[in-house]
Design a protein around this ligand. Structure first.
Ligand code: NDP
Length: 231
C-alpha cells in the first residue's frame, strides 16, 4: 500500500488556496491547510467530508511567533509539499505615488517577508525530494512589466521572487525542489470578476505543473500551463 502524500497549504479559506486544498484532496493527498478565522469557514465544511484527510490549522502569516508555533505543532509531520499561497492586493489602480507608508509596508510584509518566514520555518518539515512552492504571479516578473499597474503588488511579488532566489542559493545542496507559481489571472476576490480564468481552469494546471517537477531540485518560476515565466 502506498502512503498518501501530504501537503501543507498556507492561506486556504477562499479563492485559489481553497481550490488547491480541494484539488489535492481529490487526488488522494492528505492536506493540512491554514485559516485565520473559523468564521464562514468553507474549508471546515470540506474537512468534515474528508474522512480525516484534511486537517485545519490556524495561522496569521504576518505573526512570526504564530509561524514558529505552527512549526512546533507540526514537528512530527513529514511534508511532501509546502505551498505558501496567502497574499493581499489592493487592485490594478495601486500606485506607489499615492500609497501611504503604512499600506506599502503592509503589502510588502504580507506578500514578501511573511511567505519567506513561512518558507524558512516550515521548509525543514519538507522531506528531501519534496517541494517548497510559493504563489507568485506573472506580475512579479520584472521582464514582463511593460504596462505598469498594480505597482506595489508587483513590487511585492518581485521582492518575493528575489528572496526565493536568495533562499535557493543558500539551500542549493538540500535536495528539495523550489517553485514560484503564476496561477494566471483568475476570478477570485483578488483577481476580480473581469479575470480571464475560472478557478477550475487554473488550479488543476497548477497542480499538474508542480507534479511534473516534483523531485527536481532547484528553483523554477512557471505558470499554470507549465510554461516558464521570465524573471
Ligand atoms: P484571495 O484574496 O481570494 O485569497 C487570499 C487568501 O490569502 C485568503 O485565504 C486569505 O485569508 C489569505 N491571507 C491573506 N493575508 C493573510 C495573512 N496575513 N495570513 C494568513 N492568510 C492570509 O486571493 P487569491 O485566491 O486570488 O490569491 C491567492 C494567491 O494567488 C495570492 O498569493 C495571489 O497573490 C496569487 N495570485 C492571484 C491571482 C489572481 O488572479 N487571483 C493572479 C496571480 C497571483 P482570509 O480569508 O483570512 O483573508
Amino acid at each position: 500500500m502506498t502512503v498518501p502524500s501530504t501537503v501543507l497549504i498556507i492561506g486556504a479559506t477562499r479563492g485559489l488556496g481553497l481550490a488547491l486544498a480541494r484539488e489535492w484532496l481529490q487526488r488522494g493527498w492528505n492536506v493540512i491547510a491554514t485559516v485565520r478565522s473559523s468564521r464562514q469557514c468553507e474549508l471546515c465544511e470540506t474537512a468534515e467530508k474528508s474522512a480525516g484527510r484534511l486537517a485545519i490549522e490556524h495561522l496569521e502569516m504576518t505573526d512570526a511567533a504564530a509561524i514558529a508555533a505552527l512549526k512546533q505543532r507540526l514537528s512530527r509531520v513529514e511534508l511532501d509539499l509546502l505551498f505558501v499561497n496567502a497574499a493581499i492586493a489592493n487592485g490594478p489602480g495601486d500606485r506607489v505615488d499615492r500609497m501611504s507608508t503604512e499600506e506599502f509596508t503592509r503589502i510588502m510584509v504580507t506578500n514578501a517577508l511573511s511567505p519567506m518566514r513561512a518558507v524558512e520555518a516550515l521548509g525543514p518539515l519538507v522531506r528531501r525530494g519534496g517541494t517548497i512552492a510559493v504563489m507568485s504571479s506573472s506580475l512579479g516578473s520584472v521582464a514582463l512589466n511593460e504596462t505598469g499597474g498594480w505597482e506595489v503588488y508587483r513590487a511585492s511579488k518581485a521582492a518575493l521572487n528575489t528572496l526565493m532566489r536568495s533562499y535557493a542559493a543558500r539551500h542549493a545542496e538540500d535536495g528539495r525542489g523550489l517553485a514560484l507559481v503564476d496561477p494566471g489571472w483568475v476570478r477570485t476576490d483578488m483577481g476580480g470578476s473581469d479575470a480571464t480564468l475560472g478557478v477550475e481552469e487554473s488550479i488543476p494546471g497548477v497542480v499538474d505543473a508542480l507534479a511534473a517537477r516534483h523531485g527536481q531540485p532547484g528553483l523554477r518560476y512557471f505558470n499554470y500551463k507549465s510554461e516558464t515565466v521570465p524573471w
